[in-house]
Ligand binder design. Structure first.
Ligand code: NAP
Ligand code: HSE
Length: 433
C-alpha cells in the first residue's frame, strides 16, 4: 500500500487529537484513504510541554524546517491559532510544496485571499472543513453536496463557547466569568476568548460560509455583530417566560434587496430545532431552492470533533479529492461578488426590548409613542410589580414588537433612552419565531 507522509504544526487541543487519530487508528484511516497516512513530524513551540498523547520524541521538533525540508511530507495540518506566525508559516509550507489543512478561521477570514491566491499560483490546495462548526461537515456540504442549489438562507449557532456559556448560565445559573473559565478548561475557547464571546469568531465563520454559499465578498469585520459578553441573566429569565431561548445566531438571508448578514444574540422559540441546541453543540440550518431545509447539528468545538474534520481533510488530500474541489471553489477566487449586501438598518425583524424604567405614570405611554414614531408596533408587554430587589425605583419593562426594521428599532431605543424615566443600557435582541 502507498503512503502519504503527513506533518503537523501545533499539538495543542486540536493537533493532539489529530495525532491521536493518525497514530491510534492507522488501519481505519488506511482503509478509508486507500493508502497509509504516516505522521512523519510534529512541530511545536515548547518541546517540554506534556501533550497528553503517546508520541515518539523522534517525531517531535521545534523546528519548522523538519517539515519544510522533508520532501517526503506532502500534506501538513497547520493547527496553531491567531494570525501570526500562522500566516507566515502557511506561506512557508505552501512555498515548500506542501498542501495545507487548517482549522484556523481567523487566519482564513483575515488573510484568505492572499493564502488562496498563493496556493493557486503554486498549484497547491488548502482544506479547512474544521474552520467552521467543528465536527459538522458544513464546508463540504455547502460547496459540494448542495451545489445543485441556490442557497437562500443560512442560520447558524457557530460558536461552541458562546453556546456553552449561555447553556450554563440558563440551566445551572452559572456566572458568566465562571462559564468562560470552564469553556477554556474544556478546550473550546480561542486563545483570546474575547473573540468567542463578542461575536467575532461567529462573524469570521459566517463570512467564510457566505462566500461559499452566496458568492459574497464581505469581510468579517463588515458583518454587524453583537456578542453574548453583556448578556444579563434577567434576559434569560424573561426569554423563558415568553417561551424562547437565547442563542447567539449567525444569519445570512438572501432577499430581493441583497444579502442580509448579522451575528447577534436572538430569542428563538422553544421547540424550534435551533432552540434545542445546547452546550458546545453548533447547528446550521440551510435552505436551498431544490433541497428545501437541511439541518446540521454536532459538536462545534473540542478536541476530537474538530480532529475528526481535520483528519477527513487529510484523507481527502491524500486521495487527491481536494485537488479537484479546490480548483472549483468559489472562496476567495478572482471572481466578482455575486450579491450585494443589504444595509443592516433596512433589515426587518421582530424584536425583544428591555428597558429599566421609573415606575411612574405615563412612562409606558411615552415609550409606546416613540416606538410608533419609528413605525415599531408593540406585540406584547411584560412589567412585573417592583420587588425588594428592584434597583431604586427602577423596574424592567419588556416589550415584544411586531416586524420592524433594525434602523427603526435602533433609533427608537436611542430616543427612548434620552427620556428622564429610562436608564441607559436598554437591551435589544432579534426574535426568531
Ligand atoms: P491551542 O490548544 O492553543 O494549540 C496551539 C498549538 O500551536 C500549540 O501546540 C502551540 O505549541 C502551537 N504553536 C503556537 N505557535 C507555534 C509556532 N510558532 N510554531 C509551532 N507551534 C506553534 O489551540 P487549539 O485550540 O488546538 O486551536 C488551534 C486552531 O484550531 C485555532 O486556529 C482554533 O481557532 C482552531 N479551532 C479550535 C477548536 C477547538 O475546539 N479548540 C475548534 C475548531 C477550530 P505549544 O503547545 O508548544 O505551545
Ligand atoms: N472557539 C471556537 C468555538 C472553536 O468555541 O466555537 C471552534 O471554532
Amino acid at each position: 500500500m502507498e503512503t502519504t507522509h503527513v506533518g503537523i504544526v501545533g499539538l495543542g487541543t486540536v493537533g493532539s487529537g489529530v495525532a491521536k487519530i493518525l497514530l491510534e487508528q492507522s488501519t481505519r484511516i488506511a482503509r478509508h484513504a486507500g493508502r497509509q497516512l504516516k505522521l512523519q513530524h510534529a512541530v511545536v513551540r515548547d518541546l517540554k510541554k506534556p501533550r497528553g498523547i503517546e508520541i515518539a520524541s523522534s517525531i517531535l521538533s521545534d523546528e519548522l524546517s523538519k517539515i519544510t525540508d522533508n520532501a517526503q511530507i506532502s500534506v501538513v495540518a497547520q493547527l496553531i491559532g491567531g494570525l501570526e506566525p500562522a500566516r507566515s508559516i502557511m506561506l512557508q509550507l505552501l512555498a515548500a510544496g506542501k498542501d495545507v489543512v487548517t482549522a484556523n478561521k481567523a487566519l482564513l477570514a483575515e488573510h484568505g485571499p492572499e493564502l488562496f491566491d498563493k496556493a493557486r499560483e503554486l498549484g497547491r490546495s488548502i482544506a479547512f472543513e474544521a474552520s467552521v462548526a467543528g465536527g459538522i461537515p458544513i464546508i463540504t456540504s455547502i460547496s459540494q453536496c448542495l451545489s445543485a442549489n441556490q442557497i437562500t438562507s443560512l442560520r447558524g449557532i457557530l460558536n461552541g463557547t458562546s453556546n456553552f456559556i449561555v447553556s450554563q448560565m440558563e440551566e445551572s445559573g452559572m456566572k458568566f466569568d465562571d462559564a468562560v473559565s470552564l469553556a477554556q478548561q474544556l478546550g473550546y475557547a480561542e486563545a483570546d476568548p474575547a473573540m468567542d464571546v463578542d461575536g467575532s469568531d461567529a462573524a469570521q465563520k459566517l463570512a467564510i460560509l457566505s462566500h461559499l454559499a452566496f458568492g459574497s465578498r464581505v469581510g468579517w469585520k463588515d458583518i454587524p455583530r453583537i456578542g453574548i459578553d453583556s448578556l444579563d441573566p434577567a434576559d434569560l429569565r424573561f426569554a423563558t417566560e415568553l417561551g424562547y431561548r437565547i442563542k447567539l445566531l449567525a444569519i445570512a438571508q438572501l432577499t430581493d434587496h441583497g444579502l442580509e448578514l448579522h451575528v447577534s444574540p436572538s430569542l428563538v422559540k422553544i421547540g424550534r430545532p435551533l432552540a434545542e441546541v445546547r452546550e458546545a453543540y453548533n447547528a446550521v440550518s440551510v435552505v436551498g431552492d431544490a433541497v428545501g431545509r437541511v439541518f446540521f447539528q454536532g459538536l462545534g468545538a473540542g478536541q476530537m470533533p474538530t480532529a475528526s474534520a481535520v483528519v477527513a481533510d487529510l484523507i481527502d488530500m491524500a486521495t487527491g479529492r481536494t485537488k479537484i474541489t479546490f480548483r472549483t471553489l468559489e472562496l476567495w477566487s478572482q471572481r466578482e461578488a455575486r450579491v450585494d449586501i443589504r444595509e443592516h438598518d433596512e433589515t426587518p425583524g421582530r424584536y425583544y426590548l428591555r428597558f429599566s424604567v421609573k415606575d411612574h405614570p405615563g412612562v409606558l405611554g411615552d415609550i409606546a409613542s416613540v416606538l410608533a414614531q419609528h413605525q415599531v408596533s408593540i406585540a406584547s408587554v411584560i412589567q412585573h410589580e417592583p420587588t425588594r430587589d428592584s434597583e431604586g425605583s427602577l423596574v424592567p419593562l419588556v416589550i415584544m414588537t411586531h416586524t420592524a426594521t433594525e434602523g427603526g428599532v435602533r433609533q427608537a431605543v436611542e430616543q427612548i433612552e434620552l427620556g428622564e424615566s429610562v436608564k441607559q443600557g436598554s437591551v435589544r435582541m432579534r426574535v426568531l419565531d
